[in-house]
Design a protein around this ligand. Structure first.
Ligand code: ZN
Ligand code: FE
Length: 260
């Protein structure tokens, strides 16, 4: 079955995700960086928007909130801790809250996964096997630590890593090719990374998204989920990690990526 999610490219390399209701007529809008491409998509397909879900407060994730809210009178769900930084927030959310806007007919749960920002929300639709991870977990990468610590981010990623392998990962950006180039620098002998890089380069050449990924694929290719692998531990030592503790390995690889 096709996943019930559409990706709308926005800004330079963002994606706005639309999660459809089972009847296909209504959608929740995840991280509208801008309103115009979203409104155009909705109008051209006669879709009824139900709500906005924001993973975090960055402008490239909330930039379209106000205009979409004004046009369609939408509730906005996001982290309670960022109530002052998420425009139009109507539903401040906490860890473990259920997210069930009328008409969506799907059950989502809010996870607080800080690190990229001090509060960062993942929307987990376990029954549908869907994860909306914002800028925490990317295909083959993770977000920069703008407001959080390596401990926080590693714990957040460890949580996401526990989701079932078949979970589809939707994230905020099309960074896959660059991320896989870095992954290859970390693990030059990982054949799965090599194969996925060739696949991703070809898709981008055709202008197609490389998302969704899956948690299973990420466990094989994402250096920021592979702190237990000998190759990643060894590479992190070369870049200054003092021991094999998952946080030490993660922090060294993250700093390396910041300079890559
Ligand atoms: Zn961000
Ligand atoms: Fe972003």
């Amino acid at each position: 079955m096709e996943p019930p999610v559409a990706l709308i490219p926005a800004l330079r390399d963002n994606y706005v995700a639309l999660l459809h209701s089972p009847d296909g007529r209504s959608v929740a809008i995840i991280d509208p960086s801008e309103s115009e491409p979203v409104a155009r998509y909705l109008e051209s397909r006669g879709l009824q928007p139900l709500a906005i879900f924001n993973t975090h407060h960055h402008p490239d994730h909330v930039g379209g909130n106000r205009e979409l809210q004004k046009a369609y009178d939408l509730p906005v769900y996001g982290a309670a801790a960022d109530r002052d930084r998420i425009p139009g927030l109507t539903h401040p959310m906490y860890e473990g809250d259920r997210i069930t806007p009328a008409g969506l007919d799907r059950l989502g749960v809010v996870w607080d996964i800080p690190g990229h920002t001090r509060a960062h929300t993942a929307f987990v639709f376990a029954d549908d096997g869907l994860l909306f991870a914002g800028d925490t977990l990317f295909a083959a990468g993770c977000g920069r630590l703008f407001e959080g610590t390596p401990d926080q981010m590693q714990a957040s990623l460890a949580r996401l890593r526990e989701l079932p392998d078949e979970t589809r990962l939707y994230c905020g950006h099309e960074y896959t090719v660059n991320n896989l180039r870095f992954a290859q620098a970390v693990e030059p002998d990982n054949p799965t990374i090599k194969k996925k890089l060739a696949w991703a380069v070809e898709l981008r050449r055709q202008g197609e998204p490389t998302l969704p990924s899956t948690i299973g694929e990420e466990k094989q290719t994402n250096p920021f989920l592979r702190w237990n692998e000998t190759a990643v531990k060894n590479a992190s030592r070369q870049k200054g990690a003092l021991d094999d503790d998952p946080v030490s390995v993660f922090a060294a690889v993250r700093e390396w990526k910041d300079r890559f």
